[in-house]
Design a protein around this ligand. Sequence first.
Ligand code: SAH
Length: 441
Amino acid sequence: MSQYAVSSRGRVILKRGKAKPLWHRHPWVYSGAVQEVRGHALDGEVVDVMDEHNDFIAKGFINFHSQIRVRLLSWDVHEKIGKDFFQRKIDEAMFWRERTLAMRSKANAYRLIHSEADGLPGLTVDRYNKVLVAQFLSLGMDHYRDIIVPILQQEAKVETVVEHYTPRYRELEGLPELDHLVHGPEAPTEFAIQEYGLQFQVNIMKGQKTGFYLDQRENRLAVVPYAYNKRVLDAFCYSGGFGIYLLAKGRASNVVFMDSSNLALELVKQNLELNHLPLGQTFLKADIFEKLPEMQRAGEKFDLIVLDPPKVAPDRSSLESGLRSLRLANATALQMLPPYGIIVTCDCSGAITWEDFYRMLSMAARMAGRPLRIIDSRSAGPDHPAHTACPESSYLKVVVAVALPADAPPEPVNEERSRPPEPAKEERSKPEETEKPAIKE
Ligand code: SAH
């Protein structure tokens, strides 16, 4: 008798031919791959996933509300999903970030746990110095909160763990709406963090994401060498991450900070002060998808443009309109650069692949009549690793390119629809609506 026959756990039997990616450690079982569910399986519980021959593949959290029916946790049939399991995974994630990456020597705010990429689907944890900001974004993980929080407190040597969510974020997984929750003593939720010697003001409760775009840390540093004496546009600046690096470390001559959020621009001003930088920069509150073409038509020029928009394709159905918005914004930006000017262009939509992104850029270059030479292609910082078997976990794409002199007149771009689909606000690691990955981050 096989050991599965005696298990009281629910069993998910896959359709024929659907097991292969899972044997290769892809961590998601899509609902379409499931033949049937046998035995006792309540939402959020751990189930065994079996191939069509009823052979065990892996175990994970089941969620009947999600297109991702099971999020896999372990490929070991003997693994018990409980305190020891979470302790081991959390220890491991923290260990290599400290020992291998020496994160603490670079910043006092960084991602400690990056969901699937750390074997903990639906759990993200960021350290903001003495406070952790955690998000439980899968139903299964949410059930283990009381086990996980004390482990985090102990292993990260912090007293306070704050949960803070974007509205409707947890709804995607069928989780009850939750704004925030504080574990341990109340602690300040507004303070300055430090990365690569720079200070950034963070507001955990009112800010975007968990308070700061930690994933762009190394990309900000990577573009510093191109900034000397340059006029910079930091478009979609949030708290000014790129612009502040380019002023402070790159000695850019001045920066135009642009964002649609007042809070973001207030944070930029605080960050200029914190870093003793000249306050006489320009701050523009605007919808960039609309304002950028206006600026271009008015003849504005920049030597270096950073474009770091929010997620323009929240799901596959919005892929085309998202790419169109990116294409237009990039083509417009390119026309505002002098010969050999630099564009730093980003996208954080999991639904947009690297191939899509390069194709979009190539079309934007043609539309602008400005040949592009890519000098660097980058992703999220090392504390936001990607999972080898799960390309969806590699959401952030950053390309640094030189815009050569015009080789053709620009093609008209204005008839293109310029706005991305709603919602297109904040959160680069928001789960996809159709597939509901827990990363996102
Ligand atoms: N570059 C930033 C992160 C940008 S996140 C950093 O390094 O920290 C995306 C930003 O785009 C957010 O600050 C959000 O407020 C802003 N945003 C979203 N939609 C926008 C729009 N239509 N026009 C201008 N800004 C927008």
